[in-house]
Design a protein around this ligand. Structure first.
Ligand SMILES: [Zn+2]
Length: 258
């Protein structure tokens, strides 16, 4: 298993610091939107930054990339279909990033929807999924379609139950409130809402989550469940032909949910 620590940035971002299994003094970081808290964490743990992984082009994910790459000489990996702020190794679906001396290996998954070129990194039982999957939620459709996002989430959901999922934002509590509105009869959602409410009251971190848990609580992974479908149809006021339409209705519902 990887040793992964959260670095907090902005109001609710997590920049994930990954300690290299092969070289304990070396580290990689995922989606460094701000260089300063990453520098502080590297210094605190006495680590050298060797690699930077980027999931998509939004400023809160790439804002610190250029400064960190220049200062540490770290290699930058990012989605082939998106613009990055500096030279980087472009990656697409199925590519494998193997950093032998660090003992790190990730398989790249193209997961369009939030943005068109969005990628996720899977390896060592962990998934770094940026703004595609959140605990009990998913990213907004800024560039892609509902069909693209559902397909991306389906491919993520096909990974093993025990996969540790490192999402890029602390949105779990508000997502669970929405999940409870969609599925008021889902005991797992209600139990998790209670536990996460207590954790957040102490400013605790709700991540990583696991795919097994998400399959039980995340309405966006549950579009084929009769209860989620019924809630979407009630919301739309009409029968919905398939999972894509169910997904589109609950995504739009969440966009306006307070
Ligand atoms: Zn984003």
């Amino acid at each position: 298993m990887l040793e992964v620590s959260p670095v907090r940035a902005f109001s609710d971002n997590y920049l994930w610091l990954v300690r290299a299994p092969g070289d304990r003094r070396a580290a990689a970081v995922v989606d460094p939107g701000d260089a300063r808290p990453v520098e502080a964490a590297l210094e605190q743990h006495g680590l050298a930054l060797r690699a930077i992984f980027v999931t998509h082009h939004h400023p809160d994910h790439v804002g610190g990339v250029q400064a960190l790459a220049a200062r540490h000489g770290a290699e930058v990996f990012g989605p082939a279909r998106e613009r990055m702020p500096c030279d980087f190794r472009p990656l697409d679906d199925g590519d494998v990033v193997s950093l032998a001396e660090l003992g790190l290996e990730f398989r790249v998954m193209a997961v369009p929807g939030h943005t068109l070129g969005h990628v996720a990194y899977h390896g060592h039982g962990a998934l770094f999924c940026g703004d595609t999957l959140f605990s009990a939620g998913c990213g907004r459709l800024f560039e892609g379609t509902a069909a693209q996002m559902l397909d991306s989430l389906d491919r993520i959901a096909a990974l093993p139950d025990e996969t540790q999922v490192y999402c890029a934002h602390e949105y779990t509590l508000s997502n669970l409130r929405f999940a409870a509105a969609v599925e008021p009869g889902n005991a797992d959602v209600l139990e998790t809402l209670e536990a996460v409410g207590q954790l957040r009251a102490r400013d605790g971190i709700t991540l990583p989550t696991t795919l097994g848990r998400e399959r039980r609580i995340n309405p966006f992974l549950r579009c084929r469940e009769p209860a989620v479908r019924a809630a979407a149809e009630a919301r739309a006021g009409t029968p919905l032909p398939g999972a894509t339409e169910v997904f589109a209705v609950i995504r739009a519902w969440k966009d306006g949910f307070r």
